[in-house]
Write a protein that binds this ligand. Structure first.
Ligand SMILES: Cc1cc2nc3c(=O)[nH]c(=O)nc-3n(C[C@H](O)[C@H](O)[C@H](O)COP(=O)(O)OP(=O)(O)OC[C@H]3O[C@@H](n4cnc5c(N)ncnc54)[C@H](O)[C@@H]3O)c2cc1C
Length: 482
């Protein structure tokens, strides 16, 4: 069954999540004004998948059941699927102007479809069958999954087993006939409270001493013992204000949480890796490669920012200036380069033994490395073109005030054919994307999400065939083997 946006919202209401924000328990997560925009963004992945014009990108045929499913629940069966995933990410970013949160679970499902198969091939275990049963459940119910990889990590120089506090990496604390108990936390979890399921994976490659930390599993997001502590975002309390103008993006947003597991029980049928430490690195790398491809979404958010910047220039009356035109060209150039990287790693994907298609991992890392930089440059150019009013603008309440509202309307007028209020709206959207709640997704998530820049540089160094490059250079200039 594919859900529509209303059904998705209703399904979330049935969850009994233990969520905290601003020091208080959130009793009604779905209707909380601060969380609501992030729920709206995930709901958009349901809503738009049912529109005929988006169906080709946002749905797929399940390789397990043959049924039409939401692409966010799909396992990539060929490079066309991978390319459609890239295009879907850009489309959703451009429709919502924020992080729509559902890609991380899709990437976790796809990575597990390969790693569970490979663990079984080595150890004779039955993880892949378990995983397929779980996948059928996710596809059948059209569930949103949180992909939970990042541990708090404590002292970054120490491996899990050497941390003074053993909970700095999530680990197994008890093994029972019917399942395991786990303890620890996952940090920065995108869309966690908008998800039906949480899929946990290890965060780094591990050795034998860390075997207790080499664990992967899936649980309903409201399983006993799980607590969510919502992240604080710049300008978040604007969502509590009566007026809408100062929010910038009135409908959508993204939101992260710290997810704490306090001796949480996981039944064996939901365990996909249990102490096979030598596969932790593979799972991390494959998940990270998919997730680095997923950052095509930032090109979609970039589309919104570029559009907003062009409008701001027009409202200012500066759009014909040659340097403005050139800066807009530069923004588009950078934005399309982001898209190129994601399309390239998808087009160069290959089939893994399980049958799942994996992106080209070198190109996925190159793609994400660009993502750690270009949105910042695009944002810089947007702020250049928008002008200082983007950050010195008084509030909507001042605009509505009888005393000072008329002064604002007079002095903040740009192009005489445009209302001051519309000018304020577009500047607030640019502020939202480059400094406000959406900047979490557009900028800092671009930097650290799917791994900080250095993580990609390590992978680029590892995957570059340096010997082949040296060999051809020697051959061409006549250096003979000595
Ligand atoms: C908005 C946002 C959304 C996210 N969503 C998710 C999600 O849905 N699921 C998920 O699992 N994760 C998510 N992440 C987490 C993301 O993967 C991590 O932020 C990233 O892996 C970096 O980890 P960290 O934030 O703990 O930074 P740190 O590890 O503290 O890194 C900070 C700096 O220290 C460097 N550093 C760290 N360790 C070492 C070391 N051992 N040696 C040398 N240098 C080191 C890093 O390269 C970096 O420059 C999200 C992050 C953000 C910001």
């Amino acid at each position: 069954m594919r859900m529509n946006a209303e059904q998705y919202e209703e399904s979330l209401r049935k969850l009994n999540l233990n969520v905290y924000m601003f020091g208080k328990k959130v009793e009604n997560v779905v209707d909380d004004p601060i969380i609501r925009p992030s729920m709206n963004a995930v709901a958009a992945t349901y809503e738009f998948s049912l529109k005929p014009e988006y169906e080709d990108l946002l749905t797929a045929r399940s390789h397990l059941t043959g049924k039409t499913i939401n692409r966010f629940c799909h396992i990539h069966q060929n490079t066309d699927d991978l390319i459609k995933k890239t295009k879907m990410g850009r489309l959703m970013g451009s429709l919502t102007g924020c992080c729509f949160q559902r890609c991380v679970g899709m990437d976790a499902l796809n990575a597990l479809s390969m790693t569970t198969f490979d663990i079984d091939a080595k150890h004779g275990t039955r993880y892949y069958e378990r995983f397929k049963d779980y996948l059928c459940h996710v596809q059948e119910k059209d569930l949103t999954c949180d992909g939970a990889m990042t541990d708090p990590k404590g002292d970054r120089s120490l491996p899990p087993h050497k941390q003074p506090d053993p909970d700095m990496f999530l680990h197994v604390v008890e093994e029972r006939p019917d399942g395991i108990l786990v303890q620890g936390a996952k940090a920065h979890q995108t869309g966690a409270v908008n998800s039906h399921e949480i899929i946990v994976m290890p965060t780094i490659a591990m050795r034998e001493e860390d075997a207790d930390y080499a664990v992967s599993f899936a649980l309903p997001s409201d399983a006993d013992g799980i607590t969510y502590i919502m992240g604080r975002q710049s300008c978040d309390t604007r969502k509590l204000e009566k007026g809408q103008l100062d929010r910038g993006n009135r409908i959508y947003g993204g939101h992260e949480a710290l997810v704490v597991f306090d001796r949480v029980f996981v039944p064996w049928e939901r365990v996909f890796m249990f102490k096979e430490y030598e596969f932790a690195g593979q799972l991390v790398e494959q998940f990270a490669s998919y997730h680095r491809q997923s950052y095509a979404c930032k090109a979609g958010v970039g589309d919104v920012l570029i559009g907003a910047t062009q409008i701001a220039a027009e409202y200012n009356g500066a759009q014909k200036a040659s340097h403005i035109k050139d800066k807009i060209i530069e923004m588009n150039h950078l934005n399309e380069t982001l898209f190129c990287g994601s399309i390239a790693c998808a087009a160069q994907g290959h089939r893994e033994p399980s049958g799942t298609y994996l992106v080209n991992t070198l190109l996925a890392n190159v793609c994400k490395q660009n993502v750690t930089r270009f949105p910042y440059e695009i944002a810089r150019l947007a702020q250049d073109i928008a002008g200082g009013l983007m950050v010195t603008l008084p509030s909507e309440e001042d605009l509505r005030s009888e005393e000072v509202g008329p002064l604002m309307k007079k002095y903040f007028k740009g192009n005489s054919e445009v209302s001051t209020e519309d000018r304020m709206k577009i500047l607030r959207l640019i502020e939202n994307l480059t400094l406000g709640t959406a900047a979490v997704g557009y900028l800092t998530e671009s930097m650290h999400g799917a791994g900080s820049p250095q993580a990609q540089r390590i992978m680029i160094a590892r995957q570059t065939n340096m010997e082949a490059k040296k060999e051809v250079a020697k051959k061409l200039c006549g250096i003979t083997p000595g």
